[in-house]
Structures are given as C-alpha cells and as structure tokens.
Design a protein around this ligand. Sequence first.
Ligand code: F6P
Length: 543
Amino acid sequence: MEKIIEALKEEAILARKRSIKSLFNSGADRIDLFTAEHGSFKIDYSKQNISSQGWSLLLDYYYKSKIDHKIHALFSGKPVNVTENRPALHFALRAPKDVRSLPKHSSIVADVHDELEAMALIVRKIRKRKWRGYSGKAITNIVSLGVGGSELGPLLVCDALQEIGSSIGDSIKLHFVSSMDGTQISQLLEVLDPERTLFIISSKSFTTVDTFYNVNTALKWLTSYSGSIELAKNHHFIGVSASQEKMEAWGIRKENQLIFWNWVGGRFSLWSTIGLPIAIKYGMDVFYELLEGGYEMDFHFKNSTPESCLPTVLALISFWNSSFLEISANAVLPYDGRLKLLPNYLSQLEMESNGKAVSVNGTEVRFKTSPIIWGELGPNAQHAFYQLLHQGTQDVSCDFISTVKRYHNGARPDVEADFLYQQQSLSLANCFAQSSVLAFGDIFAEKEEINPHKRYRGNQPSTTLLIEELTPRILGSLIALYEHKTYVLSCLWDINPFDQWGVELGKSISEEALRAIHEPNYRNKFDDSTKWLLTQVSDWSSK
Ligand code: F6P
C-alpha cells in the first residue's frame, strides 16, 4: 500500500510539471482509456491531468484498499456508520417490492413499501382535492418546512422535472421554506390563504431548530385565523420524520404522520417519505420512476468492475485531484437549466459526507479529503466566475454536465420550429468549448500575439458528463450515481460519510448565543469578538 501511495505522489510531481495537452500528444489512445459509459450516461475524463500510469496506480490503490469489501458491507447492511453504530440503507428505499437482498434486515423492503403506500394515500387525498382545511375549503397551497437533507433533494427534483409538467397543474402550488431568519415564511404568509394552506414538517430528527421556528410561526399564523390550535394542527400539518414519538408529542394526527428510519442519512433521504413534495407535484408514478432509476444505478454500482463503474471512476478522479494534486476546489457546472439546483445538492451531499479529518478508526486522515464543491449553471457562470477559472491563480477541477436530447420535436407550438432546439445546441457548444479552452488554453491564438493579459494558460482539469435526456428515471440514476461516488470516496479516504458531528457543535453554541442576545450577563461565556457583536445587537435594538 505504502509503495502505491509513494508512486502516486511521484506521479503527482510529474503531473504538476506537465500540460494536459502533452497527455493527448503522448500517443496512447486517451479517449479509449479515459471515457466510460453506462445506460444513458457517458463520461469523458480525458481532460483530467492523469496519465495511464497514474490511472493504473489509482486502480491498484482501489483494489489494495479492498473497496469492493466496503461496498459489500454497505449493501449487506453492516453498521458502516460506525460512529452511530448503524447501517446506511438508503439504497433499500428504492428496491422493488420483491427484492430480498438484506438478510439481517429482512423486513426493511416490505416496511419501505408499506410506508410508500401510506404516502400514496396522502398524495391521492391532496391531488384529488379531498384534503380540506379547518373551514372545509380545499387546499391550494402546500408549504414544505425543512432544511438540509430534508429540503435539498425534493427541491432539486421538483425543479428539475418542471418540463414534464406537474399533473396537478396550477391547482395546487408547492413552496419550500428553510431559512431560519424568517424571510421566506413571512413573505409567503403575505400571499397565502390560511384556510387553504397545508404545511409539511419535514425533519428526520423532528427537533431541528431552523425548521421548528418556521413551524411555530406557521402555527401562530394559522391559529390566529382558525381560533384553535387543535384545528390548525389537525387539518394543516403533515409530519415526515424518523421519530414517531416526537410527531405524536407535537400533535401530528396519526393519519398525517409519515415515517422513515434512522438508517437513512438526511442527505440520502429524498427517496423516502421526505420525497412527499415530489409525489404531490408529479404523482406517485413519477416518484416510482425516480426510485427505479436509483435502483438501476445501484445495480450498476454493485455489479461493475471499477474501470467501468461510473460512480467509481468519478470518485477516483476526485481522489486524485484532492489528495495528490491538492486541488481543493471542484466546480459543478450544469449546462441544462433544469439542473440548476444540482450544485447546491451536491455541496451538501459531498461536503457534509466527506468534509472530515478523522478516519474510521479515530486517527488523523492521511490525505486531503473533500474539496470545496460549489457551482452554478455553466452558461451563467461563464459571465460570473469563469474569469478566475481561465486566468486566475487557483487550480480548480470542473464537472461539466450536459443533456443531449432536448427540444427535438419542436417543444412548444407557440415558438417557431426549432428555436429552442437551437438554444440547446448553443448550450452544448458552450459546454464543450469551455472545457476545451480550460484544458488546452488559447490553442487558436496566433503564436506571435502573446499579450499576457489575453493569454489563457489552460491546464484546468475537467470531466464532462453527458446525459442522454432528463427523465424522472434518469434523474434518479444521476442522483444515485453521485451518492455512490461519495461513498467510494469515503472508502478511499477511510472516513465515515454518514455522520456530521461537525454540524452539532454549531447548533448547541447557537442556542447559547440566542440566550446571550437577550441576557447581557450570559455574554461573558463568549470570546471578546462574539461579546462585542452581541452587544452591538442590543445597542442598535434598543435605539
Ligand atoms: O445540518 C445537519 C443536518 O443534520 C443535516 O444532515 C440534515 O439533513 C439537516 O440537518 C436537517 O435535519 P432534520 O431532517 O433532522 O431536520
């Protein structure tokens, strides 16, 4: 193992000195070696700064680290979340009813499908306009109150599938509220009708303070119209949580409770009843298609060799960039407006999972782990932060993501023939042009004209993921692809991707700070800077 790591470090020294262009000139068939495909996905990672020698070493590292055993441990329900001593079984949420591959957890798939049926009942009631508010009027607006994993997945999917058309049309509108500062909820309450608004409390723990401050505001608002807390709670709140007791204690009616389980990590939960907003907007059939797509990717992940396994290929590239080339930024750049929320979603998935410095056995991790993952719609980012990618001093690896088949059959009767199709081609052309310029620099420039301000240095590595088209099923596969990439990365780094202790301390200190805003004596607990900031709040607030 040590030898492989040393050899990879040597490779990285060579890589830092060479250009990506030189790899293409080296004679080997780079495209053959550095592209992969499965189903509706094709990946080109030839523009990464990795040689065929380096790639074999990465694969050696993969085999020597016994990543296949760790994948097996995940899928056989071993407690891979070691710090919380539990398995991570999110993949079971998308398993078809008849699958029995979890011997130690034999009832899980059946439990999942029972809960999906409970969700289907609620979905039907809402979509058939049979859900009534306290005054007997049908619900027209639904507000999902949740944060992090209890919001980002459903938000991404609801947004990405817009073009398949919501089968409830405009008769029921869906909103998401997460921000703790009250901006979103107060703006929404301005326009909502309390008699016709239903809230979904989405929270695995059913304790997250951000969510519950929004819940309390919503409850106060509803009660001021209904005149009764009980009426408000009974007719206007659904709970989705892993804690039935807490839903019970809060006063969610039994038939309005949907559960999921502690073995589902928050950021892996969109496949569970946390996906309720998706099912309300598009119907259960679409939700099942999404699950099927996820399940297909699970099958590919479990049954492919690492060289041909898309999640593993993406993970190995990220491992190489972060841990050996020490490139600490990774831009996610979709060239498809429907995926505009994917960068946000992946920020949580990858950084909350793999932003760790301690390995599974408690010792310090020996590599640099997760890079900073951020991004934006590629075409828009071209006019925002691409300048830094092209001419700045930071190394950034980029993930270009583009869909190919779109607007082929004259998408809209009110837009002449193939205008939208041309927009799609323009977007693809930009995607390919940008990755080419980032890798190779100003190859078309006249050699004599070397005005340094106009030079493009090139050598920014990137991967391009081509998606055939964006259906619910393919979207499901895409999200599962990144989940598995995240898991393989955690195995390569030997860290636990399923906990997030780093978030916990911030939560408890915030409670102390909240108290200190109102109680001056309590401020002494804090450092001088925080004390000063707290004092400024009370100074300004009292004027
Ligand atoms: O930010 C920490 C976190 O625990 C995330 O992992 C989770 O998705 C989010 O908070 C929301 O938690 P809950 O679903 O319990 O409200």
